[in-house]
Design a protein around this ligand. Sequence first.
Ligand code: ARG
Length: 471
Amino acid sequence: MSKDTTRLWGGRFSQGPSPEMTALSLSTHFDWRLAPYDIAQTRAHTHVLARAGLLDADEVSHVEGALDQLHAAVTSGDFLPIVEDEDVHTAIERGLIEILGDLGGKLRAGRSRNDQVATDFRLYLRDHVCQIAQKIIELQEALLGQSTAHVMTFSPGFTHLQHAQPVSFGHELAKHIHAFDRDLERFADWDVRAARSPLGAGALAGSSLGLDPELVAQELGFTQALGNSIDAVSDRDWVAEFLFIGAMVGVHLSRIGEEVILMASREFAWAKLDDSWSTGSSIMPQKKNPDIAELARGKSGRLIGNLTGLMATLKGLPFGYNRDLQEDKEPVFDTVEQLLLVIPAVTGMIATLQFDSDRMMASAPEGFALATDIAEWLVREGVPFRNAHEIAGACVQMAEENDCELWDLSAEQLLSISPALTAGVSAVLNLEGSLSSRNAFGGTAPERVVEQLEDLAIRIAENKIAWGIDQ
Ligand code: ARG
């Protein structure tokens, strides 16, 4: 186990690490993703070193040239980490020393991998949250398209997965747009805390070299530097928060998935999956399977696992940086990658679903779904709701006994249940009457749904600007 020269900490060791130590310690197989951010950070740090009089103009220009060169080599894949590079930070320093010689060794001054890794990781995640948000917006647009097309498709609305009250299917679909709107709100709020810079914290205590953390924060697009150097290197709240939001997005995707799976079943037969967004069976030639919906549902479990795994890692960590914190990266990379895979697939599936409007319309009033309309009609006629509920329940019982629907009950039958059930009730015993009566803000009356979709379209347009999608 001879000494090697690449490691950043060889000074007090007479021997190099054992192969087992090296294997356990190695993180380049996953943290290499941070390389472009480590280069950006090094560039900003160079400027801070220059400002503090620790690099002259000539040195700065050499370093900047080397950073450009290294960035190109990292992008092209010509520069890759080697086993002796414990992590991405070591690899980037080695790359700079290969180009610059001793000058490359000056750039670590005032930095530690503890503040470096926290900085790179924040930069990476802010970038990728933006990509995820953009994909969510595209999914919202697909949902908005389908919702708009189906405002006047009336469908059964469910509670307990039983027919409850008829609703506009556009209203039903639009609920998912609201859920994703909240996720986007969460990401925007998350970014407020993620946009603070740890660089300058050093290992834990800050720097003695006259470096300005605010300057470097600004150059890297952060809003401010963190106010406590120990917190700066040990805080991973923003990682946990990201994983929570990622898991929440996953849960929302899973709930859409579950609905699509049901709607595409032969029993429901409300929706037909497009060939390009479904799969067949290797043995049953007739099958068309909702794999996207199932994978969306399945992956949510994994995203929740990423969150709980990190929470367990963080729990009980003492003062300052601890190597346990290296375990924060893989769950985040996984959540990012899974979301970037699954959201566009769900978008395509939603955009191409074909809904059987006639079938939904026929089914919408079934299962005595208009019973609440009878009760609320009675209330409008002055009957106390408690009695109205009883009377409407008696209508259901009579219809059930006669094996008919509510609107099949004759005027005599209705009057025999209650003298309050006069002919006027027939106005709400049909879909149009039922839906248009639910016209309070947020309700399923088509006019309200149209307004709701207009509001959502405005929100989506605002989010497109906020998250950098060209209109
Ligand atoms: N690879 C490490 C991580 O991901 C970088 C920081 C290592 N710091 C240290 N003192 N060993 O957290």
